[in-house]
Design a protein around this ligand. Structure first.
Ligand SMILES: [Zn+2]
Length: 507
């Protein structure tokens, strides 16, 4: 790190009788979206002190200590003056440590250690370490999107992420003292680090690795084609998780806009993006059944972080052992399932994250796990009934597909013939989706036979009014997969088979 030559207060002298003011452009995160912020630093004579106003959260309030240590570590003096930092607009909650850098720069300008015009056309985002190093800021993608200045200064580690949305004009610096040298025009901007942008995420597990499981495979295909929420019901060891993990490989790659949304959410969750580019594959998230509600839906006391429902946006949220999730956890999924987003309200304000996912869940039909087969279950009637009450009927209704899964047969397991690879199925899924998109909201036409079949089920009470419309929707997806316009008896009866698992889990 460059050690700066100590200079006196008035390196860049000015009339200080009224105090000195600097305004630095920056941004803060609101959910996964960035908001432009102007950091105003006022230094005046008076009792030495440091105040931050303008709805700072705890991390921003702590900026004073980090900025002070970083300034001193960089060989610059800390002013014995009254320092007021105002974060405008005052109505927006300012979160995280990314405002450290603009506060430090504003302070150095206001105290005359940087030339007053050196920040023109530049915005600054970065957390400061006590030694003056610049650290990674969560959500750089969204922050970089929010600032309007032509230039943006960020920590070296965040350059490639900021550049994804801004292209040129992003400068990465490693330390505050390096930055001071550049802003004093004593050294050029450091060169951008090289990033391999061709690294794409490794492909997920492939369907060809699964032997047999014809019903499960078909369920995945229909779920992917029609975006139907899917519940797999079967005994332990039947391969429910293996099936679910392969669903992302059947989904089309994300569009540019979806990739931006997904990358923004993952970036605001704290981690730097894993590759040199945007996340372009549908995410797969599998929270444990003991996960806290906050980790599921987002929030937290100190900062608003996206939860699993948001990290799964445009991908899969997989709930294994569905029966073990608390009722409160499943209840918390209601808003995302209905609206495709999650609103988090706390004393410090409210934020909205996207939460538009395909829900896939797996469960045992009963505690012994064998209840999906007639006569195989060893559970008592009471235990079975208690287990089934854990999933409420309204929650079960979220699933268009409730599919019984059996253990693969010995023949299937020993078979040398690989299953159909994901790429083939994904091609059918893409074609079916195109067909559905071209059709729009047109009501399906049913053959007389298909109509009779549904009417019969309604009369028997085997189908509720809600179930009726769901079966029609699934039958439509099956027809789309087969490239047919009219819903036939076969389409409808396959749709009925794909919800046959309901009888094994409903009380
Ligand atoms: Zn049982």
């Amino acid at each position: 790190m460059a050690v700066l030559k100590k200079k006196h207060f008035a390196d860049y002298p000015a009339d200080r009788s009224l105090g000195m003011l600097a305004a630095i452009a920056s941004a803060t995160l609101s959910g996964a979206i960035g908001c432009a912020v102007s950091v105003e630093v006022h230094v005046s004579n008076g009792l030495p002190g440091f105040t931050i106003v303008g709805l700072p959260d705890a991390a921003v309030r702590e900026a004073r200590d980090r900025v002070r240590a970083a300034v001193l570590s960089s060989g610059l003096p800390w002013p014995m003056s009254r320092v007021t930092v105002n974060l405008a607009p005052s109505g927006v909650r300012k979160a995280g440590a990314g405002l450290d850098l603009p506060i430090a720069v504003g302070l150095l300008v206001a105290t005359g250690h940087l030339p007053p015009d050196c920040t023109e056309g530049l915005a600054f985002c970065g957390e400061l370490g006590l030694n003056g190093s610049l650290r990674h800021v969560p959500g750089m993608l969204a922050l970089a999107d929010a600032v309007s200045s032509p230039g943006l200064v960020v920590p070296l580690v965040d350059v490639h992420e900021a550049a994804l949305v801004r292209g040129a004009g992003v400068h990465g610096v490693a330390t505050l003292s390096d930055l001071v040298l550049v802003l004093r025009r004593q050294s050029p901007w450091p060169p951008a680090p090289e990033v391999d942008t061709d690294v794409s995420a490794p492909p997920g597990p492939d369907l060809s690795e699964i032997r047999g499981q014809m019903v499960g495979r078909r369920a995945l295909e229909v779920a992917a084609a029609g975006r139907h929420h899917l519940l797999l019901v079967g005994p332990p060891g039947s391969g429910k998780t293996m099936l679910a993990e392969r669903l992302p490989s059947l989904l089309p790659p994300l569009s540019k806009e979806e990739a931006l949304t997904v990358s923004r959410v993952h970036s605001s969750a704290g981690g730097a993006l894993p590759t040199g580019g945007l996340l372009d594959r549908p995410p797969f998230r599998a929270p444990h059944h003991q996960a806290t509600i906050v980790s599921l839906v987002g929030g937290g006391n100190l900062s608003f972080r996206p939860g699993e429902v948001s990290l799964a946006s445009h991908g899969i949220l997989f709930l294994d052992e569905l029966g073990e999730f608390s009722i409160a956890a499943l209840e918390a999924l209601r808003q995302p399932l209905e609206e495709g987003l999650i609103r988090i309200n706390r004393a410090g304000g409210s934020v909205t994250f996207p939460a538009d996912f395909l829900l896939v869940a797996a469960m045992n039909p009963c505690p012994c796990g064998e209840g999906v087969f007639e006569g195989a279950c060893k559970c008592s009637v009471v235990i079975r009934a208690r287990y089934r009450r854990r999933i409420s009927a309204p929650f079960l209704d979220r699933f268009d597909l409730v599919v019984p899964i059996c253990r693969p047969s010995a023949d299937d397991l020993l078979s040398e013939v690989p299953g159909e690879p994901s790429a083939n199925v994904a091609a059918r899924v893409a074609a079916a989706r195109q067909r559905a998109a071209a059709r729009g909201n047109e009501q399906p036409t049913l053959t007389a036979e298909a109509n009779d079949c549904l009417r019969q089920k309604l009369r028997e009470g085997a189908l509720s009014a809600r179930g009726f419309s769901k079966v029609k929707r699934v039958a439509q997806t099956v027809a789309d997969l087969e490239g047919e316009d009219v819903l036939t008896y076969n389409h409808v009866s396959e749709a009925l088979r794909l919800r046959a698992g309901r009888s094994a889990v409903i009380a």
